[in-house]
Every structure is written in structure tokens, then in C-alpha cells.
Design a protein around this ligand. Sequence first.
Ligand code: AMP
Length: 511
Amino acid sequence: MKYLQSIEHYSTTRPHAPAIRTSAGERMSYQELWQASEAIAQLVERTAPSADSPVMVYGNKEPLMVAAFLACMKAGHPYVPVDRFSVPAERAASIARQLSHPLLIAVAEAPFEVVDAADAVLDAAMLRACIEAGGSSSHARWIDGEDLCYILFTSGSTGAPKGVEVTAGCFDGFCSWARDLGGAPRDGRVYLDQAPFSFDLSVFELACALATGGSLYSLTHETQASARGQFEALSSSGVNVWVSTPSFAELCLADEAFGADALDGVELFLFCGETLTNATALHLMERFDGATVVNTYGPTESTVAVTDIVVTPELARLDMPLPVGTPRPGTRLRIVDEAGADVGASCWGEVVIEGDTVARGYYGRADLTEAVFGTAMLDGRLVRSYRTGDEGRLDELGMLHYRGRLDLQVKLHGYRIELGEIEEGLRRLPGVSAAVVTTVEHGGKVSHLVGHVVADVPADTSAFRAGLAIKDELKARLPHYMVPKKIVFHDAFPMTGNGKVDRRALAAQGR
Ligand code: AMP
């Protein structure tokens, strides 16, 4: 795998250069990272229940998380990152069960439900002891080509998260494209690492930083919990490449002091995952004079991102939403109608991605895979294709414009959410007979979710208290960002003329 070869190269040519620093003061040099991942790889080889079985890696932003990811790549196993703050215990356990009881690398202490659903557990003390003792991986087991690199679990409309299977080839291909975004990389750049490792945005910095001899500056959950602490950490981070969702940058922009005076090293902003508004791009260009802003687009199913565009002030000042860019080499985009036929030039339709970044499918879910993944011929090669569910248009320059979703998937503060998964979670609660989740938008973005339920509320309980109880139940099962802000009780849902629940009418009632 080219990615591992690059890191091996830096571990010998610049052994003491930092590979990872965290806002909690932890650090790991290239040599330490390499040696730690070698030793852990040997342990994984010995402990995993079967060859190439998935390995769940549980924690937050500890450098050992990254060492464990590399170890899995070296030992021939896909890693499944689970962020302990974004993924509640019950959900993590359900992921482990979907993986048929995997080896669990618990960098941070895992809740008993998760341990219970694992085949065996390697905890932080065991990892440290094994690193101390040293060890080496066998190159023959390193993943390559069609071997799975990682499985990322993302919200699923049928009520359970689904695991996107990304191959070593997809990952290497993404690395060699993404590292040059915004211009050929300078040696030793510092990349912001903010998104939890269970979201594919974090693959951006993991791939780019370590493939170019740069380093990650990881913001821990604790640091991100305090605006002041986060600002101070960012100011002293030396970050050169900012990788985040637009939402995170907007949160930072709310602080007047967020600009080049406080973060003087930032030279490049890389965005992905949700709409980058003209206003946000312009604010950033004003506050960070001379920095390059790049908008990229893509789903987890196509390895982070497949299009890019450098946003200039002239483009951002135009009275039209920013385009999301042109496809990277090795990717073809098609715009199709409901029947899957190409629409006319410059017409809106569903975006289909074809090429060497498209994932293999959803782990253990041939039914879901078949519904959206397929194959296509591209430049004489058979490649995979993926129907995104995104509504888009290709203009005469081959530039992709994005208009939203064709289904009930939404983005809230950059997090991908299937409303259907929350609805299913609500329906499973005692006393709830029907559930619909709607969104409230502000400034063109989803600002919060509203859960509508038809439910029995005991006579001595107020709707407010009953709503709180429902939210508490959901919190135990779903990530915090999927819990609706407000629960509205109905005797019955309004219906449209063709007998479906009238989501629009409900949305109007839920504001
Ligand atoms: P995720 O799998 O979490 O990366 O979410 C993928 C979805 O995010 C895509 O299918 C789009 O709906 C949305 N998305 C990704 N990039 C952009 C972008 N640059 N602008 C608008 N929406 C985006």
C-alpha cells in the first residue's frame, strides 16, 4: 500500500518529526508511530478471530488510535473507527454485532455492552506493553488493491447504521489526489484534525498529513467542548491546512478574534460534507488574507471527496451558490433521471459517481448494496458506480452544482443523518404508534430537528415532560446530534391527497 510506504519512508528520513500532536499535549513522532503500529500489527495478527476480519478501534483523538489504524492496514484487517463521544454505547455494540463480534482495540475504556459484543479486547495497557516489547509486521499481509482498508458506519434509513466498505485502492487513490489540492504540498505542513474518526472527513487529514510528511493537530473532545479552550488550542497549534465542515468554520468565525492574527499559519482551507456558502467563503478570505479556499464534494461511499474547486473572491461574490467542482481524474459523474437514464445537458437530476474511488458496498448488506451500487466501463476499465441520492447538475464546463437531497437524508452541523433512522428509533419506544421527523431551516441550512409522534401520554404527565422522556430514551441509542430538539405530540398525522403523511404540513406545525 503506497500510503504505508510513504509513512515508512518518513519514519526513516525524519524519524523525530511529529506525526501527531493533540490538544491534550500528547505527541508521536514518525518513528514512534511506525514502531507502535508494527508492534500492534503483530498483536492483531495473533489475536483477530480470522484473516481479514474487521477490527473495531474505539476511542477519540489519542495518537494510539492512528497507530491502531495503521496496524490494521499492516495486519491485513479493515479497521472500524468508533468515536466514543459521538457513538453511544448501545449503537457501538450494535455495530460490533453487525461485524459478527470483532476484535476490539479499546484505546479508551469501552462500555461493557461493547466489550460484550466483541470477540476479544486489546486495551490501552496491553497496547503499551506490546509497543514496549516491540514487534514487526509482515509486509506480505499489508492491505492492497481490493482489500478493505476501513469500514465507516453511517446513518441508515432502515433504522440501523450501515458500514461503508472502502478498499486500499480507493484510499491510495484518494491520497494521491487530495494531497495536491490547493497546490503541491510543502513538506511538514500541520493539518487540523477536528472531525471524529468515525466520520470520513477525518480521512482527509489522516491521508494527506501522513502521506506528505506533515503532521496532524488533533482537537480532543474535551478541547472542543469549550469555545475558549478550543480557540486557545487553535491559536497555538501552528495549523497550516484547515480541514473541516463549513459548519465548524462558521462556529469559529462567530468569534471576532478568529483570523490570521490568531492563527497566522493557515494557508489552505479544505471543505467537504455540506454546502459552503458564499458568505462563509468570503468571511474566511477576509479574515485570512491570501489563504486558499477549496470546496470539495463527495459521500463516504466514494472515499471522502471526488470533486474540487478553488473558490476565488470573484466566484464567491457572484449571485449564485458556489459550485462543488470538477471531478478528479479516474472519476466520471453522470446526472440521471429516476429511471437511471442520462438527463439532457445542464439539466438537474441524481448524481451518479463512477470510478476508482467507489466503495465495495455496505458490510453484510447485499440488499442495500445492490440498490445503489453498480458497475460501469470507464476508459476501457470496469469500475464501480454509486447512485448518491444527491440532486446535481453538470454545467457546460463539466462543473458540478449541488441542489440538495432527493430523499430524507439531511446534514445537521455537518453530520449526515437519515431521518428514517430517527423515525424508526421513535417508533420502537413504548407507547409511540407513529413518528415523523422534520427539519427546521435557518439561512438555508438545517438548524434543528423536530420529532412528531402519535403516542399515549399518561394523563398525569405534561407533553413537555413526556417529550423529555422520549429524548432521554433516544439519547441512549442515537448519537446526540440525531436527537430532535423538540418533540410534538399529535392525535393523528395530517395526510396528503394520495394517503401519505403530509410532511410539509407537519413541518409547518413544528417550527
Ligand atoms: P458524508 O457521507 O457524511 O460525507 O455525506 C455525504 C453527503 O454530504 C453528500 O451525499 C452530499 O449530500 C453532502 N455533501 C458532501 N459534500 C458537499 C458539498 N461540498 N456541498 C454540499 N453538500 C455536500
